[in-house]
Design a protein around this ligand. Structure first.
Ligand code: ADP
Length: 161
């Protein structure tokens, strides 16, 4: 049977429990999941690409069909190169929809054989995003509910330097 590879693109600055929820769901649905870090993002990330890879690798060790990579340029070209037929995106709330809908339809125009699939996280993560986590970390808040222990440690290191 044909194996399905899915890519999960994002900034992951840093990876949160919301991302992990989506990764776990995707790992059960697809044969291979490649978490791919966008390096040409206009955002100025807190963590370097290597730091983000290190954190993702550390917290996804238990998922044997999940790997981590980078991409620079057009996402659909990357998908084709990796022979991926699925792009995964997380949908937290209706506020994500407009933007995601536009990107998904644009990508489908560019490469019709690649489909975007939206997964919804547990409702307890529906408010969570990386920028909230960064802001809370800068005030030394307790992030136990929001990020894995390893990521929490890395955030503390960043903000105590
Ligand atoms: P981007 O800059 O591409 O939005 P993010 O790292 O913020 O990168 O998010 C990557 C993907 O993960 C996006 O599809 C986003 O909607 C999804 N995502 C982010 N946080 C959550 C969360 N708490 N629950 C579910 N999906 C999420």
């Amino acid at each position: 049977m044909k194996k399905i590879t899915a890519i999960y693109p994002g900034t992951f600055d840093p990876v949160t429990n919301g991302h992990l929820d989506i990764i776990e769901r995707a790992s059960k649905l697809f044969d291979n999941v490649i978490i791919t870090i966008a390096v040409n993002s206009n955002k100025k990330p807190l963590f370097t690409e290597n730091e983000r890879v290190d954190m993702i690798k550390n917290v996804t060790k238990k998922f044997k069909n999940v790997s981590v990579d980078f991409f620079d340029g057009l996402l659909v070209s990357y998908a084709k190169k990796k022979k991926a037929s699925v792009i995964i995106r997380g949908l937290r709330a209706i506020s994500d929809f407009d933007y995601e809908f536009q990107i998904a339809l644009t990508n489908r125009k560019l490469v019709p054989e690649v489909n975007t699939i939206f997964l919804m996280p547990s409702e307890k993560y529906s408010f969570l995003n990386s920028s909230l986590v960064r802001e809370l970390a800068s005030y030394n808040a307790n992030l136990k509910e929001f990020v894995p222990e390893y990521v929490h440690r890395k955030l503390k290191e960043k903000y105590t330097k």
